[in-house]
Design a protein around this ligand. Structure first.
Ligand SMILES: C[S@@+](CC[C@H](N)C(=O)[O-])C[C@H]1O[C@@H](n2cnc3c(N)ncnc32)[C@H](O)[C@@H]1O
Length: 202
């Protein structure tokens, strides 16, 4: 299943999502490698639906050529236009693998805060938001532990202020995940340090 921006509305989401027991939505899925892996290995055959949203037409086309699975729905659009259309309390997991700075950078938090507040209410109670994000410094020097820890604490506090609880934290990204950007960033050593946070809507 795939869609360009046109033809997508609240009713389509309500109908499609109500037929699935478990729904995962990836924000900015790039070429779709992570989504493909999840859709193939996680809960195939259990009425699971995997929705990938990507605004870049080229990345979207690459994901489209890569994934040919009945339980995956790829959408070529901006996630800030799509997330509000999802039914409240309907999503089991949102995934953001290395979101662009506009959606996670500390200095831009005023512009992205509202997106995650909306997303919170789209999660089922017990539903998860998994974010993998990175820190570098202005001089592109190795990121010191103190700098890293302060940044992670800020991230945790920011999401907790929206109502999320942190259920899991990992330095780096899950070993089983591979994506275009993850593979690049893993080569950055101590200059690019990543964190995985799993946040739950209680
Ligand atoms: C840093 S890349 C990460 C891509 C992929 N997750 C990966 O790990 O390779 C961020 C992706 O988010 C997409 N993106 C940025 N803003 C977006 C938005 N508002 N809606 C949908 N996709 C967006 C970009 O086009 C890009 O593919």
């Amino acid at each position: 299943m795939h869609s360009r921006t046109g033809g997508i509305n609240r009713d389509l989401f309500t109908t499609t999502i109500s037929g699935a027991l478990h729904v995962t939505v990836e924000l900015g899925m790039g070429d779709g490698r992570v989504l493909e892996k999840l859709a193939k290995t996680k809960t195939l055959g259990e009425m699971s639906l995997y929705i990938g949203i990507e605004k870049d037409a080229d990345q979207y086309s690459q994901a489209l050529s890569r994934i040919n699975l009945a339980n995956v729905w790829l959408i070529n659009s901006c996630f800030e236009d799509i997330v509000p259309l999802l039914p409240d309390s309907s999503i089991d997991c949102f995934l953001a693998v290395l979101p662009d700075p506009d959606y996670i950078d500390q200095h831009k938090s005023k512009s992205w805060d509202n997106l995650y507040r909306i997303l919170y209410f789209k999660l089922k109670h017990g539903g998860l938001l998994q974010i993998i994000t990175e820190i570098t410094n202005d001089l592109f020097e190795p990121v010191k532990d103190a700098e890293y820890n302060e940044w992670v604490l800020w991230l945790r506090t920011t999401f907790e202020s929206m109502g999320f609880k942190v259920t899991y934290q990992l330095e780096g990204a899950p070993a089983e995940y591979s994506s275009r950007c993850l593979d690049q960033f893993r080569g950055g050593g101590e200059r690019i340090r990543m964190v995985t946070l799993v946040l739950v809507r209680p």
